[in-house]
Ligand binder design. Structure first.
Ligand SMILES: [Fe+2]
Length: 186
């Protein structure tokens, strides 16, 4: 039987207490994600920094899960550190991203090619509808920490975005995050 409990979430560090799992994504695990491969190789060789970390609170016997994503600041070429981006396997599962600290941009793309962004800043909870791929991008100089919540069995389809990319990129143009066409979009 599951019992209720209060879970402490630190909006600055992203720590979840108690948590049920976590994983860390190092830059080297994000091969193929950034266009400037020379800058990518250089950053990996120079120490392979952590790009982001995910901490979760998840009970298999329950339909909802939540946790945090902690994204480090950084850039590869003119692209900011970002998550791989995914669709949910279940076609009826949306998600919420409630930003706690830092600043970023959530890039979304529907199955039929609509593109939207939602600003990620403290106080804004982004609604991610079902069937929209989502990628978060840390456009600031500090950690970007957000709380996510979704169905426990939503499932992650990373392959679709890995294979063809997203239609748009967010790049630094003169110090400003700017949405541009992805020339490599397949
Ligand atoms: Fe998701």
């Amino acid at each position: 039987m599951l019992f209720p409990e209060g879970v402490a979430i630190d909006g600055l560090s992203g720590e979840v207490t108690p948590s049920t799992g976590r994983y860390t994504k190092k830059l080297s695990e994000l091969g193929g994600l950034f266009r400037d491969t020379a800058a990518f190789d250089k950053a990996v060789a120079a120490g392979d920094p952590v790009a982001y970390e995910v901490v979760d609170y998840r009970k298999e016997e329950c339909d909802i899960a939540f946790g945090t994503t902690i994204m480090m600041p950084g850039k590869i070429g003119d692209e900011y550190f970002m998550t791989r981006g995914h669709f949910h396997e279940r076609k009826d599962c949306g998600e919420g991203y409630y930003t706690q600290s830092g600043q970023g941009l959530l890039l979304l793309e529907s199955r039929d090619g609509e593109v939207r962004t939602v600003e990620m800043k403290p106080g804004v909870c982004a609604f991610i509808p079902p069937e929209w791929a989502h990628r978060s991008i840390n456009t600031g100089d500090e950690k970007l920490v957000f709380v996510w919540f979704c169905a426990t069995d939503a499932g992650h389809d990373y392959g679709t975005i890995r294979e063809r990319g997203m239609r748009k990129l967010v790049v630094d143009k003169g110090g400003k995050p700017t949405l541009v066409d992805n020339p490599d979009f397949a």
